[in-house]
Structure formats: structure tokens, C-alpha cells
Design a protein around this ligand. Sequence first.
Ligand SMILES: N/C(=N\O)NCCC[NH3+]
Ligand SMILES: [Mn+2]
Ligand SMILES: [Mn+2]
Ligand SMILES: [Mn+2]
Length: 303
Amino acid sequence: KSLAIVGCPFSGGQPRAGVDQGPIHLIHAGLPKQLEELGWKVHFDGHHQFEDVSAAIGPDSPIGKLKNPRRVSKVCEEVAKVVGEHAKNGQLPVTLGGDHSLAMGTISGTFEKYPDACVVWVDAHADINTTDTTDSGNIHGMPVSFLLGLGEKVEEFKWVKPVLKPSRLVYIGLRDVDAGEKRILKENNIKAFSMHEVDKYGIGKVVEMALDHVNPNRDRPIHLSFDVDALDPTVAPSTGTPVRGGLTFREGHYICEAIYETGCLVALDIMEVNPSLRDAESVRQTVAVGCSLARSALGETLL
Ligand SMILES: N/C(=N\O)NCCC[NH3+]
Ligand SMILES: [Mn+2]
Ligand SMILES: [Mn+2]
Ligand SMILES: [Mn+2]
């Protein structure tokens, strides 16, 4: 079994500096070796190609409210190519962010090889704003709307195909969803297990229900997109948009372990680790959690 680490040093989807340094911190914490120790053949060809792509864009004026639109679009398009290539080569893409706008690229890439895939989106946020509903214009709050083909088309993003269907998407961990996003979730009948449901049913039942919804026979490829801000800020403090009342360390890891157990995982994103936020101990803790989530999603067990 082989995997490819795709480091994406990218922050253009949001305003806080530092999240582009997420990949190098996860790698320097030893993630590639840790995954080899789990029995994976690890392909890692650096991640410079995205920096060149981003730099080549030059000045990038807003389009409507959208910030850094050309930079985000170009980098995500390149990520889609790289992820798609690795998936086609039989290597499970493990994308390290970088902000969550990158999921436009990773999920597009996954669906090239696995058109019948489903997406488990673990996050405090729905990231489903359209150009009409976004307040900030930060594109890391919008990737899901692009992947679903919702809202007005934006010329610069015409490469993003509506590969994702609402019935193939499920959220776990939501607790900071904008009014416009709540409307979109309802209108599209998108299944979401917020922290309320986690409290009510427990994480075991929530994961079971989430998978029953998008993958009833457990025979569909799963793309797990994990925004570390799904975890409580006491667990993953160094992230750009922390929201109190999040998943415990174990709840986060249970999701990853349970998804690995299905044998259906085909792609993994570990997003929004920002090693320039908070103190050194918080950074170390957040990076360590990012690495351990990845290990759990890729076969590490407690016994
Ligand atoms: N971390 C974020 N998304 O996952 N921030 C953007 C969403 C704010 N509505
Ligand atoms: Mn490669
Ligand atoms: Mn996110
Ligand atoms: Mn988030």
C-alpha cells in the first residue's frame, strides 16, 4: 500500500500569515517516517511546485468580494492535477495544508479517479459559502460550494467541475455556520452532524450514522477532509479560526480510526495547522495532533 504526501504551503484562502508553514512543520515532526512505520510506501516529492504557481500569479486584485481569487484558483488547479495523478498511480494522496480552500483541488483530484466517492468533512465550519453569501471573501470558507456547483459561476474557477453531489457529503463537528450557509445546507438537504449531535449520540453513533448516509454499504471510496479546527482549541490551539466547544482529542481520532476501519479511505487532507499562532508549546501540540490524526486515518491502532 502506497501513499503520496502532497505538501501545500498555501495561505491564500484566508488572511492570517503562517498557515503556509503547516506542511513543513508536519514533515519536520516526522510524519513521513511515522507513516512508513505503519507499513506505507511513502512517496514525497516536496511541495515547491505550488509555491512557484502562487508566485507566478503576481498581484491579484479581488473579484467581487473574493480575495486572492487567481492565486487560489491556480494553486488549487495544480493541486487537483497532482492529487489526481497520485490517485491514478495507486498512491493514497495525503495533503498537508495550508488553508482549506485547497480542498477544491484535493477533492477535484480524488473524483478524477473515484467519481463515485463520498466526502467526510470534519470541521467547525461548513466552508460552503457562495459568492453571494460570503461576508469576508476568504475562499477557505467557500470550497464546498464550488465543488457542489452552487452559486454564480466565477470565470477564474471554471476548471472546478461540480463533481460532488449533496448526497455524497457529510459533515462532523460543525458549530460555527453562517446564516447563509445554514440556508444552503437546508436547501440542499446536506447531512450535518454538529457538536450538538456529537453530544447527543456520542461520536461512535455519529460516525456510524454519517457513513450510513454517504456510504451505506461501506463500498464507496472515502475522501476525508479534516480541518484541525474541528477539534477543541484546547486540543489544537494553533489554527486560524478556533471555535470553542469542539471535538476532544479522542473524538477526533475516533473519526479517523473508524474511517480507516472501513477500508474505503482513498484520500486524506489535514488542513489549517498554523504554526505561527500562539506559543511554542501550542504549536508543538497542534502539529503533533495533526500527525497523530493522519496516523490514525492511515491505520495506527491503540491495540
Ligand atoms: N476555518 C474556516 N473554515 O473551515 N474558516 C472560514 C469559515 C468561516 N465562516
Ligand atoms: Mn509526486
Ligand atoms: Mn475548513
Ligand atoms: Mn474550520
